[in-house]
Design a protein around this ligand. Structure first.
Ligand code: PMP
Length: 442
C-alpha cells in the first residue's frame, strides 16, 4: 500500500508548453486547466491499473478522479480489456444496427425504473440534449427549468448558470440566466429559467410564474457538480408531484450518479422515478457512451420518428460492448455496495481528522461520490450559493497536500471524489493515512 511522495513533474510542464502551439489553450476540455492543482500546468497521465495511475514523470497516484467516475471498474480492467480486444479484431463500428446495443438497452430497462425506451449517444452533453429535444417534442413547449449550479454539459441548451459569479447571479429566489460562455444566443438563454435548489417555495413560485411554458425540469439528483449537495428530504418527491400535476417532463441527469450509486442509480436510492434519465460516465466503464432513457409515453414521438435524434458513433460495437460488460458487473449488488463502503471509509477518515483538529467541514454525498466542503459552521451545503461561502483556499490546500501524498482528486472544490470498484484494502489504508497527513499540516 506504499504510495511514493510526489516527485517532479518536469515532463508534464514540457508537454504543456509544447501543446500551446497546436492545441487551443494547450488543452482538449476547458475543465482540464482547473485540474492542474498546485501547478500552473496539468499533469499528463500515462497509464493506469485498477485504482492507480501514473503520470509521464513516473509519479504514481491513487486515483479518485477515475476520469470523472467513468473508469468505475478501475483502469485497464482485465475483463473489459479482453472484451474490447475481441471487438478490435472484428471491427469497432459499422454505422449500422448491432446486437450488442439491443442487449445493452434491455439491461438498462431491467436496471433503471424510468427506462422503458433507450437512445444512445456519446457524451453526457449530447444525451442531455437528446432528453431536452424529446421533452420539447413531446410537450410542444420550449422553456426548461434548471437549478442554479447544476451542470448538464457544454451545449447551448444548458450551459447556463452552472457556475455563475456572485456579481452576475441575480436575486436569490429568481436568479438570472447567466450564460457560461460567450457565443450562446439570447433566444436560447431566454428559454432557460433558473431556480435555487432545495427550496420548495422558490420552485412553486417559478412554476407558477411560467404556467404552461415548461417542457422540462432538469436536475442532478445528487449534485455532483456542487460538491455532492444532497436533496433535502422530500424535495425530489416535490419535483415529481409538481411535474406530474403540470404535465412537465421531469429529467434526472444521472450522468454522475447513474449505475455508480447502485444498480438503479439515484432514482432507486431516493424512490423517485423521473420521466427521463440521462446516463454516461460509469455506463461506459471508460469509453465514450451515453444514453437517455425514458418512460414510454415521453419517448414515443422519438420512437415514431417524429422527433429526430442521430449520431454516427451512437452505440458502436466497441462502446456498447464496454458498457454491457461494465453494467453486468455493476448490476451485481455487492459491487456497488463495495464501492459505497470503500468511499464511506474515506469519508469517515476525513471527518475524524477534521474533528480531531477542530476544523469545521461537511463531508457530504454518498460513498461512491463525495466531497469535503469547508463551511464556516460545518453544516452541509443546501444549494449553490452556500458553496460560494465555503473556504476554497482551504480546500485547495487540502487537495494539494493529498496530491503530494499520492492521492489524485478533482482539483475543483465544487466537484467530487469518485471511487472505483477495484480500490483495495491496501489502497484504502494508504488513502486514510494520507488524509491524516494532509490534515496534520492544514
Ligand atoms: N451532466 C453531468 C451531471 C455531468 O457531470 C457532466 C460532465 N461532468 C455532463 C452532464 C456532461 O457530460 P460530458 O462531459 O460527457 O459531455
Amino acid at each position: 500500500g506504499h504510495i511514493p511522495a510526489l516527485g517532479g513533474s518536469d515532463g508534464s510542464r514540457a508537454w504543456f508548453d509544447r501543446a500551446q502551439a497546436s492545441l487551443a489553450g494547450g488543452i482538449s476540455s476547458s475543465s482540464r486547466l482547473t485540474s492542474t492543482g498546485p501547478h500552473p500546468y496539468p499533469l499528463y497521465m500515462a497509464e493506469g491499473a485498477g485504482a492507480r495511475i501514473r503520470d509521464i514523470d513516473g509519479n504514481e497516484y491513487l486515483d479518485y478522479l477515475i476520469s470523472y467516475g467513468s473508469a468505475v471498474l478501475g483502469h485497464a480492467n482485465p475483463q473489459l480489456t479482453e472484451a474490447l480486444t475481441a471487438v478490435l479484431r472484428t471491427g469497432t463500428m459499422f454505422g449500422t444496427c448491432n446486437t450488442t446495443e439491443v442487449e445493452l438497452a434491455e439491461l438498462i430497462c431491467d436496471m433503471v425504473p424510468c427506462a422503458e425506451l433507450v437512445r444512445f449517444a456519446n457524451s453526457g452533453s449530447e444525451a442531455v440534449q437528446g432528453a431536452v429535444r424529446a421533452a420539447r417534442g413531446y410537450t410542444g413547449r420550449s422553456k426548461i427549468l434548471k437549478f442554479e449550479g447544476h451542470y448538464h454539459g457544454w451545449t447551448d441548451s444548458l450551459a447556463i448558470s452552472n457556475r455563475p459569479a456572485v456579481s452576475e447571479a441575480g436575486p436569490y429566489a429568481t436568479p438570472h440566466s447567466v450564460p457560461h460562455s460567450p457565443g450562446i444566443p439570447a433566444g436560447v438563454i431566454d428559454d432557460v429559467v433558473v431556480c435555487p435548489w432545495n427550496d420548495p417555495a422558490a420552485l412553486r413560485a417559478v412554476l407558477d410564474a411560467h404556467r404552461g411554458e415548461f417542457a422540462a425540469v432538469i436536475c442532478e439528483p445528487i449534485v455532483a457538480n456542487n460538491a455532492c449537495t444532497m436533496p433535502a428530504p422530500g424535495f425530489l418527491n416535490l419535483l415529481r408531484e409538481e411535474c406530474t400535476r403540470r404535465e412537465i417532463v421531469l429529467v434526472f441527469d444521472e450522468v454522475c450518479t447513474g449505475f455508480r450509486t447502485g444498480p438503479g442509480g439515484a432514482q432507486t436510492m431516493f424512490g423517485v422515478v423521473p420521466d427521463i434519465a440521462v446516463f454516461s460516465k460509469a455506463l461506459g466503464g471508460g469509453v465514450p457512451i451515453a444514453a437517455f432513457a425514458g418512460q414510454r409515453h415521453v419517448m414515443e414521438p422519438l420512437a415514431q420518428g417524429q422527433v429526430k435524434h442521430g449520431g454516427t458513433y451512437n452505440a458502436s460495437p466497441l462502446c456498447a460492448t464496454s458498457a454491457l460488460v461494465t453494467l453486468r458487473q455493476l448490476n451485481q449488488p455487492d459491487v456497488t455496495k463495495r464501492i459505497d463502503e470503500s468511499g464511506r471509509r474515506i469519508m469517515e477518515a476525513i471527518r475524524r481528522a477534521a474533528h480531531d483538529r477542530h476544523i469545521p467541514c461537511s463531508v457530504q454525498g454518498v460513498g461512491a461520490m463525495f466531497q469535503t466542503v469547508f463551511t464556516a459552521d460545518g453544516a452541509p451545503t443546501r444549494q449553490y450559493r452556500d458553496l460560494l461561502l465555503t473556504d476554497q483556499a482551504r480546500y485547495n490546500a487540502f487537495r494539494h497536500e493529498l496530491l503530494k501524498r499520492g492521492i489524485h482528486t478533482n482539483a475543483y472544490g465544487m466537484a467530487c471524489w469518485f471511487v472505483a470498484a477495484t480500490v483495495t484494502e491496501d489502497d484504502l489504508d494508504a488513502t486514510c493515512e494520507a488524509v491524516e497527513g494532509a490534515f496534520g499540516v492544514l
